[in-house]
Design a protein around this ligand. Structure first.
Ligand code: SAM
Length: 349
């Protein structure tokens, strides 16, 4: 099947990762380094008689997101092996979170860890990251990614865990550290089981909430066209189930007594998973308000989905960030930043 053009032509993005870059010890700047590697590879391809377009060796700085490089949509496949490959949209969560030195962060739905690792980097050398992942298999991938991206080594086993080899099992905590001053804990556990008012969770200041979603903003999703009525009905039911789950996760995140900021995101273009989830969570909590997520980001004009016949959008909708493939040349994404307005809860619910 052919991809719709907006998705087929999305560039590849590579995030400059200062945690690994300094470790590599390369004199050149990341842009020049990658550019040279791509050009060398291109020359080798030519010498070997392979047909490669010259543009696939081009790389430039992203005009929107800092510390991001842009490559051709058909850039060489070895790039896909780089753990720093991260879509432009996915870089926005950590940027929106307002992280500073020493912040205590919790990533509620962390694997495979793109946003977790970016947030760790933005802590700038001091702070704490608790990364939750429910699925043990994905938890392993998360740990592997953090090791690669952040140069972390496992430094201690969780209390009660026996044996020399690290294992990722449900409920176990694996601590990884290595970046001076930033402590990272990966927990293979359902975030909904965490009791927000108990230590250490009652100290968490910022939460990233990026739950499972329909993925309707992803190129892969666009390939699965809903061909018949039965498929469309099943997709509608799935969407409702996902929205109910997303509401639970977001509402849970808003119960952390010291949380000053919660960043909610999906790679969905459906209002049901985005603004509607936030609306429900806001009416359940009362402690947060929507604030401008990434002030320099410009949204595309709204599309027909929210047009005639639909409920009017909430008054704060323009503060949320939306990326759209045809307009922003990256994956479809929604992000909402919620800031505390009530000074912090004290009592257990
Ligand atoms: N934030 C990730 C990143 O940027 O790489 C992507 C997260 S992905 C959209 C959602 C993840 O949340 C999945 O790995 C899923 O297994 C996990 N998840 C779903 N429900 C969860 C729960 N209740 N607690 C913890 N993790 C959960």
């Amino acid at each position: 099947a052919e991809q719709p053009s907006a998705f087929a032509q999305l560039p590849r993005y590579v995030r400059i990762n200062s945690l690994r870059w300094s470790e590599v010890g390369v004199e050149a700047q990341p842009l020049q380094h990658l550019s040279k590697a791509l050009k060398d590879a291109y020359q080798k391809d030519l010498a070997a008689g392979r047909q490669v377009a010259a543009e696939t060796a081009e790389v430039s700085k992203d005009e929107l997101v800092p510390e991001l490089l842009v490559l051709h949509p058909a850039a060489r496949c070895w790039l896909q092996q780089l753990p720093e490959v991260q879509d432009r949209s996915s870089c926005l969560s950590a940027l929106a979170a307002g992280l500073t030195h020493g912040t205590i962060v919790l990533d509620a739905c962390a694997a495979p860890g793109s946003k977790t690792s970016h947030a760790i980097e933005l802590l700038g050398g001091s702070g704490k990251m608790f990364a939750f992942e429910k699925d043990p298999r994905r938890g392993k991938a998360l740990l592997q990614r953090l090791r690669l991206l952040c140069g972390f080594e496992e430094t201690r086993r969780p209390r009660g865990a026996k044996g020399k080899k690290a294992s990722v099992k449900r409920g176990r905590c694996l601590a990884v550290a290595g970046h001076p001053g930033v402590e990272v804990e990966v927990r293979i556990k359902d975030f909904l089981e965490v009791k927000p008012w108990e230590p250490p969770w009652n100290q968490v200041e910022v939460l990233l909430v990026d739950p499972s979603c329909s993925g309707s903003g992803l190129p892969e999703h666009q390939l699965q066209a809903e061909t018949d009525a039965a498929t469309a009905t099943a997709a509608g039911a799935r969407l409702k189930r996902l929205a109910a789950f997303q509401r639970r996760i977001l509402q849970h995140a808003m119960k952390f007594p010291k949380a000053r900021t919660v960043v909610y995101s999906t790679c969905s273009l459906h209002r049901l998973e985005n603004e509607d989830v936030v609306t429900a969570a806001l009416s359940a909590s009362g402690a947060f308000q929507v604030t401008s997520a990434v002030p320099w980001w410009r949204n595309a004009p709204r599309n027909a989905e929210e047009g005639a016949g639909a409920e009017p959008l909430p008054s704060w909708a323009h503060l949320c960030l939306r990326s759209e493939p045809g307009f922003h040349r990256c994956r479809g994404f929604f992000l909402c930043r919620l800031d505390r307005v009530d000074g912090g809860a004290t009592a257990e619910e």
